[in-house]
Write a protein that binds this ligand. Structure first.
Ligand code: NAD
Ligand code: MG
Length: 389
Protein backbone atom coordinates (compact mmCIF):
# COMPACT_ATOMS: atom_id res chain seq x y z
CA UNK A 1 0.00 0.00 0.00
CA UNK A 2 1.48 3.34 -1.10
CA UNK A 3 1.03 6.04 1.56
CA UNK A 4 1.84 9.77 1.67
CA UNK A 5 1.92 11.79 4.88
CA UNK A 6 1.20 15.52 4.69
CA UNK A 7 2.39 17.12 7.93
CA UNK A 8 4.83 14.29 8.65
CA UNK A 9 6.68 16.13 11.44
CA UNK A 10 3.57 16.83 13.53
CA UNK A 11 1.94 14.81 16.25
CA UNK A 12 -0.33 12.87 13.85
CA UNK A 13 2.43 12.63 11.24
CA UNK A 14 4.89 11.05 13.67
CA UNK A 15 2.27 8.57 14.94
CA UNK A 16 1.51 7.66 11.31
CA UNK A 17 5.19 7.10 10.50
CA UNK A 18 5.42 4.88 13.55
CA UNK A 19 2.63 2.68 12.16
CA UNK A 20 4.15 2.65 8.68
CA UNK A 21 7.52 1.57 10.08
CA UNK A 22 6.10 -1.42 11.84
CA UNK A 23 5.55 -4.00 9.13
CA UNK A 24 4.20 -6.65 11.47
CA UNK A 25 3.10 -10.07 10.24
CA UNK A 26 -0.60 -10.03 9.45
CA UNK A 27 -0.52 -6.33 8.64
CA UNK A 28 -0.41 -4.52 5.30
CA UNK A 29 2.91 -3.79 3.52
CA UNK A 30 3.49 -0.05 3.34
CA UNK A 31 5.56 1.97 0.94
CA UNK A 32 6.07 5.66 1.73
CA UNK A 33 5.47 7.92 -1.26
CA UNK A 34 5.70 11.57 -0.17
CA UNK A 35 6.30 13.38 3.12
CA UNK A 36 5.81 17.08 3.84
CA UNK A 37 6.59 19.50 6.66
CA UNK A 38 6.38 23.21 7.24
CA UNK A 39 9.91 24.15 8.30
CA UNK A 40 11.55 21.38 10.32
CA UNK A 41 14.12 20.30 7.75
CA UNK A 42 16.10 17.90 9.96
CA UNK A 43 13.05 15.96 11.11
CA UNK A 44 11.64 15.79 7.61
CA UNK A 45 14.95 14.58 6.14
CA UNK A 46 15.38 11.99 8.87
CA UNK A 47 11.83 10.69 8.34
CA UNK A 48 12.26 10.61 4.56
CA UNK A 49 15.47 8.57 4.84
CA UNK A 50 14.11 6.22 7.48
CA UNK A 51 10.89 5.54 5.57
CA UNK A 52 12.63 5.47 2.14
CA UNK A 53 10.21 8.08 0.85
CA UNK A 54 10.21 8.96 -2.85
CA UNK A 55 9.60 12.69 -2.35
CA UNK A 56 10.02 15.18 0.50
CA UNK A 57 8.52 18.68 0.39
CA UNK A 58 9.16 21.54 2.77
CA UNK A 59 6.49 24.26 2.74
CA UNK A 60 8.89 27.06 3.67
CA UNK A 61 10.57 27.89 0.33
CA UNK A 62 13.65 29.39 2.01
CA UNK A 63 14.55 25.94 3.34
CA UNK A 64 15.01 24.31 -0.07
CA UNK A 65 18.84 24.24 -0.09
CA UNK A 66 18.96 22.98 3.48
CA UNK A 67 16.65 20.09 2.66
CA UNK A 68 18.52 19.35 -0.54
CA UNK A 69 21.82 19.12 1.35
CA UNK A 70 20.28 17.00 4.09
CA UNK A 71 19.08 14.51 1.49
CA UNK A 72 22.12 14.71 -0.82
CA UNK A 73 23.27 11.29 -1.93
CA UNK A 74 19.89 9.67 -1.29
CA UNK A 75 17.18 8.77 -3.80
CA UNK A 76 14.67 11.13 -2.20
CA UNK A 77 13.43 13.86 -4.55
CA UNK A 78 13.14 17.29 -2.96
CA UNK A 79 10.65 20.13 -3.34
CA UNK A 80 9.92 23.38 -1.51
CA UNK A 81 7.07 25.87 -1.24
CA UNK A 82 3.31 25.56 -1.05
CA UNK A 83 3.22 24.14 -4.60
CA UNK A 84 5.56 21.31 -3.62
CA UNK A 85 3.25 20.34 -0.75
CA UNK A 86 0.38 20.11 -3.24
CA UNK A 87 2.62 18.13 -5.57
CA UNK A 88 3.30 15.70 -2.72
CA UNK A 89 -0.45 15.19 -2.39
CA UNK A 90 -0.76 14.59 -6.12
CA UNK A 91 1.76 11.74 -6.25
CA UNK A 92 0.06 8.47 -6.97
CA UNK A 93 -0.81 6.81 -3.64
CA UNK A 94 -3.42 4.47 -2.22
CA UNK A 95 -3.79 6.57 0.90
CA UNK A 96 -2.89 10.15 1.73
CA UNK A 97 -2.79 11.02 5.42
CA UNK A 98 -3.83 14.69 5.62
CA UNK A 99 -2.23 15.84 8.88
CA UNK A 100 -1.35 19.49 8.28
CA UNK A 101 -2.88 21.82 10.86
CA UNK A 102 -5.35 24.53 9.88
CA UNK A 103 -6.79 25.78 6.61
CA UNK A 104 -3.17 25.70 5.36
CA UNK A 105 -3.87 22.00 4.77
CA UNK A 106 -6.82 22.61 2.45
CA UNK A 107 -4.97 22.88 -0.91
CA UNK A 108 -3.14 19.59 -0.35
CA UNK A 109 -6.18 17.82 1.13
CA UNK A 110 -8.13 18.94 -1.95
CA UNK A 111 -5.39 17.66 -4.26
CA UNK A 112 -5.43 14.26 -2.53
CA UNK A 113 -9.21 14.14 -2.93
CA UNK A 114 -8.95 15.09 -6.61
CA UNK A 115 -6.41 12.35 -7.11
CA UNK A 116 -9.10 9.86 -6.02
CA UNK A 117 -7.02 8.49 -3.16
CA UNK A 118 -8.24 7.29 0.17
CA UNK A 119 -7.78 10.35 2.36
CA UNK A 120 -7.16 9.61 6.02
CA UNK A 121 -8.29 12.98 7.29
CA UNK A 122 -6.84 14.48 10.46
CA UNK A 123 -6.88 18.04 9.06
CA UNK A 124 -10.39 18.79 10.36
CA UNK A 125 -10.15 22.50 9.45
CA UNK A 126 -10.36 21.52 5.74
CA UNK A 127 -13.67 19.83 6.26
CA UNK A 128 -14.95 22.62 8.51
CA UNK A 129 -14.16 25.24 5.85
CA UNK A 130 -14.86 23.32 2.66
CA UNK A 131 -16.87 20.22 3.56
CA UNK A 132 -19.48 20.65 0.83
CA UNK A 133 -16.93 21.27 -1.91
CA UNK A 134 -14.56 18.51 -0.77
CA UNK A 135 -17.40 15.99 -0.72
CA UNK A 136 -18.46 17.08 -4.21
CA UNK A 137 -14.87 16.62 -5.44
CA UNK A 138 -14.72 13.21 -3.77
CA UNK A 139 -17.90 12.10 -5.54
CA UNK A 140 -16.33 13.07 -8.86
CA UNK A 141 -12.93 11.46 -8.28
CA UNK A 142 -14.05 8.43 -6.27
CA UNK A 143 -11.91 9.47 -3.29
CA UNK A 144 -12.93 8.13 0.10
CA UNK A 145 -12.68 10.43 3.13
CA UNK A 146 -11.90 8.42 6.24
CA UNK A 147 -11.83 10.25 9.58
CA UNK A 148 -8.69 10.05 11.71
CA UNK A 149 -10.07 12.33 14.42
CA UNK A 150 -10.68 9.85 17.24
CA UNK A 151 -14.35 10.80 17.80
CA UNK A 152 -15.28 10.56 14.13
CA UNK A 153 -13.22 7.44 13.67
CA UNK A 154 -15.13 5.92 16.61
CA UNK A 155 -18.48 6.84 15.04
CA UNK A 156 -17.32 5.53 11.68
CA UNK A 157 -16.45 2.22 13.36
CA UNK A 158 -19.94 1.73 14.87
CA UNK A 159 -22.11 3.42 12.24
CA UNK A 160 -23.59 0.38 10.54
CA UNK A 161 -27.10 1.81 9.94
CA UNK A 162 -26.91 5.55 9.18
CA UNK A 163 -30.64 5.55 8.37
CA UNK A 164 -31.56 4.54 11.95
CA UNK A 165 -29.43 7.05 13.80
CA UNK A 166 -31.22 9.12 16.41
CA UNK A 167 -28.17 10.94 17.77
CA UNK A 168 -24.44 11.11 17.53
CA UNK A 169 -22.71 11.69 20.86
CA UNK A 170 -19.26 13.25 20.68
CA UNK A 171 -17.23 12.80 23.82
CA UNK A 172 -14.84 15.50 25.05
CA UNK A 173 -12.25 15.39 27.80
CA UNK A 174 -13.09 18.97 28.72
CA UNK A 175 -9.43 19.95 28.30
CA UNK A 176 -7.02 21.34 30.88
CA UNK A 177 -9.51 24.00 32.09
CA UNK A 178 -12.46 21.69 32.58
CA UNK A 179 -12.78 22.66 36.23
CA UNK A 180 -11.38 26.19 36.06
CA UNK A 181 -13.50 29.26 36.75
CA UNK A 182 -13.82 31.98 34.12
CA UNK A 183 -11.73 34.20 36.34
CA UNK A 184 -8.91 31.61 36.39
CA UNK A 185 -9.21 31.11 32.64
CA UNK A 186 -8.87 34.85 32.05
CA UNK A 187 -5.30 34.57 33.38
CA UNK A 188 -4.36 31.27 31.66
CA UNK A 189 -0.94 31.18 30.02
CA UNK A 190 -0.13 29.48 26.69
CA UNK A 191 1.84 26.81 28.62
CA UNK A 192 -1.19 26.01 30.78
CA UNK A 193 -3.50 25.92 27.77
CA UNK A 194 -1.18 23.53 25.93
CA UNK A 195 -1.13 20.99 28.77
CA UNK A 196 -3.80 18.52 27.70
CA UNK A 197 -4.67 15.97 30.40
CA UNK A 198 -4.93 12.89 28.12
CA UNK A 199 -3.47 13.50 24.66
CA UNK A 200 -0.11 14.76 23.42
CA UNK A 201 -0.89 16.99 20.44
CA UNK A 202 0.24 19.99 18.42
CA UNK A 203 0.00 23.49 19.94
CA UNK A 204 -3.05 24.69 17.99
CA UNK A 205 -5.31 21.73 18.68
CA UNK A 206 -4.21 21.71 22.33
CA UNK A 207 -5.37 25.30 22.75
CA UNK A 208 -8.56 24.39 20.85
CA UNK A 209 -9.18 21.70 23.47
CA UNK A 210 -8.73 24.24 26.24
CA UNK A 211 -11.35 26.60 24.75
CA UNK A 212 -13.40 23.57 23.61
CA UNK A 213 -13.39 25.09 20.11
CA UNK A 214 -11.91 21.73 19.13
CA UNK A 215 -15.22 20.10 20.02
CA UNK A 216 -17.03 22.85 18.17
CA UNK A 217 -14.95 22.19 15.04
CA UNK A 218 -15.59 18.47 15.54
CA UNK A 219 -19.32 19.11 15.67
CA UNK A 220 -19.11 20.76 12.23
CA UNK A 221 -16.83 17.95 11.07
CA UNK A 222 -19.45 15.39 12.17
CA UNK A 223 -22.24 17.25 10.37
CA UNK A 224 -20.13 17.06 7.19
CA UNK A 225 -18.95 13.49 7.52
CA UNK A 226 -22.16 11.83 8.64
CA UNK A 227 -24.86 14.14 7.20
CA UNK A 228 -26.50 14.56 10.60
CA UNK A 229 -27.77 18.06 11.53
CA UNK A 230 -26.11 19.80 14.49
CA UNK A 231 -29.19 19.53 16.69
CA UNK A 232 -28.91 15.74 16.58
CA UNK A 233 -25.31 15.79 17.78
CA UNK A 234 -24.71 15.90 21.52
CA UNK A 235 -21.50 16.76 23.30
CA UNK A 236 -20.68 14.85 26.46
CA UNK A 237 -17.81 15.56 28.83
CA UNK A 238 -15.94 12.35 29.60
CA UNK A 239 -12.70 13.24 31.39
CA UNK A 240 -10.95 9.86 30.93
CA UNK A 241 -11.08 9.87 27.07
CA UNK A 242 -11.72 6.12 26.95
CA UNK A 243 -15.06 6.16 25.12
CA UNK A 244 -14.17 7.98 21.92
CA UNK A 245 -17.78 8.64 20.84
CA UNK A 246 -21.18 6.97 20.58
CA UNK A 247 -24.06 6.44 18.17
CA UNK A 248 -27.62 6.23 19.54
CA UNK A 249 -30.04 4.28 17.32
CA UNK A 250 -33.82 4.57 17.21
CA UNK A 251 -34.31 1.21 18.95
CA UNK A 252 -32.62 2.49 22.11
CA UNK A 253 -29.26 0.85 21.43
CA UNK A 254 -26.18 3.00 21.93
CA UNK A 255 -22.95 1.78 20.35
CA UNK A 256 -19.56 3.10 21.40
CA UNK A 257 -15.92 2.56 20.49
CA UNK A 258 -13.45 2.39 23.39
CA UNK A 259 -9.68 2.38 23.60
CA UNK A 260 -6.74 4.03 25.26
CA UNK A 261 -6.18 7.64 24.17
CA UNK A 262 -3.57 6.88 21.51
CA UNK A 263 -4.02 8.20 17.97
CA UNK A 264 -2.27 5.16 16.50
CA UNK A 265 -5.55 3.24 16.86
CA UNK A 266 -7.71 5.54 14.70
CA UNK A 267 -4.83 6.15 12.26
CA UNK A 268 -4.29 2.41 11.77
CA UNK A 269 -8.03 1.89 11.27
CA UNK A 270 -8.13 4.57 8.58
CA UNK A 271 -5.12 2.98 6.87
CA UNK A 272 -6.35 -0.61 6.99
CA UNK A 273 -10.13 -0.14 6.57
CA UNK A 274 -12.22 -2.15 5.76
CA UNK A 275 -9.81 -4.52 7.46
CA UNK A 276 -8.00 -4.00 10.76
CA UNK A 277 -4.30 -4.32 11.38
CA UNK A 278 -2.29 -5.25 14.46
CA UNK A 279 -0.85 -2.25 16.34
CA UNK A 280 1.80 -3.55 18.71
CA UNK A 281 3.39 -1.37 21.37
CA UNK A 282 0.38 0.61 22.48
CA UNK A 283 -1.10 0.20 25.91
CA UNK A 284 -4.15 -2.05 25.96
CA UNK A 285 -7.40 -0.95 27.59
CA UNK A 286 -7.84 -2.40 31.09
CA UNK A 287 -11.22 -1.28 32.41
CA UNK A 288 -10.76 -3.01 35.77
CA UNK A 289 -7.63 -0.93 36.31
CA UNK A 290 -9.39 2.27 35.23
CA UNK A 291 -12.30 1.41 37.52
CA UNK A 292 -14.75 4.14 36.58
CA UNK A 293 -15.76 6.35 33.71
CA UNK A 294 -17.37 9.73 34.35
CA UNK A 295 -19.71 11.84 32.26
CA UNK A 296 -21.35 15.22 32.51
CA UNK A 297 -22.81 17.94 30.31
CA UNK A 298 -20.53 20.77 29.12
CA UNK A 299 -20.87 24.22 30.67
CA UNK A 300 -21.89 26.68 27.92
CA UNK A 301 -21.07 29.74 30.05
CA UNK A 302 -17.39 28.82 30.48
CA UNK A 303 -17.04 27.32 27.00
CA UNK A 304 -18.99 29.59 24.62
CA UNK A 305 -17.10 28.16 21.61
CA UNK A 306 -19.55 25.25 21.61
CA UNK A 307 -22.60 27.41 20.95
CA UNK A 308 -20.70 29.50 18.37
CA UNK A 309 -19.90 26.31 16.48
CA UNK A 310 -23.54 25.21 16.63
CA UNK A 311 -24.61 28.60 15.31
CA UNK A 312 -22.03 28.39 12.50
CA UNK A 313 -23.09 24.86 11.54
CA UNK A 314 -26.72 25.99 11.38
CA UNK A 315 -25.91 29.20 9.45
CA UNK A 316 -23.84 27.68 6.62
CA UNK A 317 -20.40 27.12 5.14
CA UNK A 318 -19.33 30.79 5.10
CA UNK A 319 -20.09 31.04 8.81
CA UNK A 320 -17.89 27.99 9.43
CA UNK A 321 -15.01 29.53 7.43
CA UNK A 322 -15.28 32.73 9.51
CA UNK A 323 -15.40 30.84 12.81
CA UNK A 324 -12.39 28.75 11.84
CA UNK A 325 -10.33 31.64 10.44
CA UNK A 326 -10.97 33.82 13.48
CA UNK A 327 -10.10 30.95 15.78
CA UNK A 328 -6.84 30.19 13.97
CA UNK A 329 -5.82 33.85 14.07
CA UNK A 330 -6.78 34.25 17.73
CA UNK A 331 -5.02 31.05 18.84
CA UNK A 332 -1.85 32.22 17.11
CA UNK A 333 -2.12 35.64 18.77
CA UNK A 334 -2.66 33.94 22.15
CA UNK A 335 0.33 31.62 21.69
CA UNK A 336 2.46 34.67 20.80
CA UNK A 337 1.36 36.53 23.90
CA UNK A 338 -0.69 39.10 21.95
CA UNK A 339 -4.04 38.40 23.56
CA UNK A 340 -5.58 36.61 26.52
CA UNK A 341 -7.18 33.19 26.61
CA UNK A 342 -10.83 34.25 26.85
CA UNK A 343 -10.53 36.53 23.86
CA UNK A 344 -9.98 33.50 21.58
CA UNK A 345 -13.61 32.36 21.76
CA UNK A 346 -14.87 35.94 21.97
CA UNK A 347 -13.05 36.81 18.74
CA UNK A 348 -14.42 33.73 16.99
CA UNK A 349 -17.95 34.59 18.16
CA UNK A 350 -17.63 38.24 17.06
CA UNK A 351 -16.32 37.33 13.59
CA UNK A 352 -19.10 34.78 13.21
CA UNK A 353 -21.69 37.38 14.13
CA UNK A 354 -20.20 39.94 11.70
CA UNK A 355 -20.18 37.41 8.89
CA UNK A 356 -23.83 36.56 9.47
CA UNK A 357 -24.78 40.25 9.81
CA UNK A 358 -23.04 41.00 6.51
CA UNK A 359 -24.88 38.14 4.83
CA UNK A 360 -21.73 36.14 3.99
CA UNK A 361 -22.66 33.04 5.97
CA UNK A 362 -24.00 30.85 3.16
CA UNK A 363 -21.87 28.07 1.69
CA UNK A 364 -19.17 29.47 -0.62
CA UNK A 365 -19.49 28.26 -4.19
CA UNK A 366 -15.78 27.90 -4.85
CA UNK A 367 -12.48 27.34 -3.09
CA UNK A 368 -11.43 30.88 -4.06
CA UNK A 369 -14.40 32.29 -2.13
CA UNK A 370 -13.34 30.25 0.88
CA UNK A 371 -9.76 31.55 0.78
CA UNK A 372 -11.01 35.14 0.27
CA UNK A 373 -13.34 35.00 3.25
CA UNK A 374 -10.65 33.37 5.38
CA UNK A 375 -8.18 36.12 4.44
CA UNK A 376 -10.69 38.90 5.22
CA UNK A 377 -11.54 37.45 8.60
CA UNK A 378 -7.87 37.01 9.51
CA UNK A 379 -7.11 40.59 8.47
CA UNK A 380 -9.85 41.84 10.81
CA UNK A 381 -8.47 39.71 13.64
CA UNK A 382 -4.95 41.00 13.08
CA UNK A 383 -6.28 44.55 13.27
CA UNK A 384 -7.98 43.65 16.51
CA UNK A 385 -4.76 42.29 18.01
CA UNK A 386 -2.65 45.15 16.64
CA UNK A 387 -0.74 42.80 14.32
CA UNK A 388 0.12 43.31 10.67
CA UNK A 389 -1.72 40.78 8.49
P1 NAD B 1 1.13 19.60 14.71
O1 NAD B 1 1.24 21.05 14.93
O2 NAD B 1 1.82 18.67 15.64
O3 NAD B 1 1.66 19.26 13.23
C1 NAD B 1 1.24 19.98 12.13
C2 NAD B 1 1.97 19.54 10.87
O4 NAD B 1 1.57 20.41 9.81
C3 NAD B 1 3.49 19.65 10.96
O5 NAD B 1 4.07 18.62 10.22
C4 NAD B 1 3.80 20.99 10.30
O6 NAD B 1 5.08 21.01 9.72
C5 NAD B 1 2.71 21.05 9.23
N1 NAD B 1 2.34 22.41 8.89
C6 NAD B 1 1.98 23.41 9.75
N2 NAD B 1 1.69 24.53 9.07
C7 NAD B 1 1.87 24.26 7.76
C8 NAD B 1 1.76 25.01 6.57
N3 NAD B 1 1.41 26.31 6.58
N4 NAD B 1 2.01 24.40 5.39
C9 NAD B 1 2.40 23.11 5.34
N5 NAD B 1 2.53 22.34 6.45
C10 NAD B 1 2.28 22.91 7.64
O7 NAD B 1 -0.42 19.27 14.61
P2 NAD B 1 -1.17 17.90 14.96
O8 NAD B 1 -1.50 17.86 16.40
O9 NAD B 1 -0.44 16.74 14.36
O10 NAD B 1 -2.55 18.12 14.18
C11 NAD B 1 -2.63 18.00 12.78
C12 NAD B 1 -4.10 17.99 12.37
O11 NAD B 1 -4.70 16.82 12.92
C13 NAD B 1 -4.90 19.17 12.93
O12 NAD B 1 -5.88 19.54 11.98
C14 NAD B 1 -5.57 18.60 14.17
O13 NAD B 1 -6.78 19.24 14.46
C15 NAD B 1 -5.80 17.16 13.74
N6 NAD B 1 -5.90 16.20 14.86
C16 NAD B 1 -4.81 16.01 15.65
C17 NAD B 1 -4.90 15.12 16.71
C18 NAD B 1 -3.70 14.83 17.60
O14 NAD B 1 -3.78 13.95 18.45
N7 NAD B 1 -2.61 15.53 17.44
C19 NAD B 1 -6.09 14.43 16.94
C20 NAD B 1 -7.18 14.66 16.11
C21 NAD B 1 -7.05 15.54 15.04
MG1 MG C 1 -10.78 14.68 18.26
Amino acid sequence: MRVSVLGATGSIGVSTLDILSNQSPGGPRFQTVALTAHSRVDELARAALASRAEFAAIADPTRYQELKSALAGSDVEVGAGAGAVVEAASREADCVVAAIVGIAGLPSTLEAVRQGARVALANKESLVCAGDLLKREARTSGAKLLPVDSEHNAIFQVLDRPDRVEKLILTASGGPFRDWSLEQMSRASPEEARKHPNWLMGAKISVDCATMMNKGLELIEAVQLFDVPEDRIDILIHPQSIIHSLVAYDDGSVLAQLGMPDMRTPISFALSWPDRMPVPGLERLDLAKIGRLDFHAPDPARFPALSFARAAAAAGGGACVALNGANEAAVEAFLNGRTDFLSISRTAGDMLEETIREGRHASPGSFEEIYDLDRQVRARCCERFGLSS
